[in-house]
Design a protein around this ligand. Sequence first.
Ligand SMILES: [Zn+2]
Length: 224
Amino acid sequence: MYKIISYIIKPENPNYPDNSKTEFTSICKIKNGDFCNTTKIQLYTHNDTHVDAPFHFNINGTKISEIEPSDFFYNNIVTLNMNSKIGKEISLFDVGDSIKKDTDMLLIYSGISSLWDNSPDKFVMKKNQPWLSKDLAEYLIKNTNLRAIGVDFMCVDNLDDISNDKGPVHDILLGLNELSKSIYIYEDVNTKLIINDKINRIYAFPMLLYGLDGSPVTMVVEIL
Ligand SMILES: [Zn+2]
């Protein structure tokens, strides 16, 4: 069985109010007498379910068009159901020793994606966003073999830091201090769909946008 844990891209999806909006502009419309349907799309690289490439915060980091074929697949996934982390920090203590040597992706359900469908206004409120602690980011980059982390909130950093033009958690995970290593960051992932599942594999397909910092991504979970 398979589940899709990326959101379907729609202009009305909840995103940061200050992000550039998604737009679909019809170019040809059969309804209007044209011979086919075609559409121009405007996408922001960090709206909806998307992946941050190391280049997002690290000028020397991998760009999304340089992703290795093996990084489209994850085989040893740890899922953490935290449920009660709306507006709170997720720390090393919360993750404990759940990550094993062969774990290649960590998926977090913080509880905030439960607001996505029915309370989108609350979902986008800055005060409701969880974030990862710097200690946790340091641990993940130094002590694990993770290739990716996926979260159900829109930003792994505390938004107070982002407001001050800082992103220490992005810096650490995207390899700014650890030039030989980085971890792909999947944000705004609909992890509530798979909290009770046993996962065999995850497929994550970004668009190969030349030289860019990230991309909307389609994520498919194969369930045992
Ligand atoms: Zn992002």
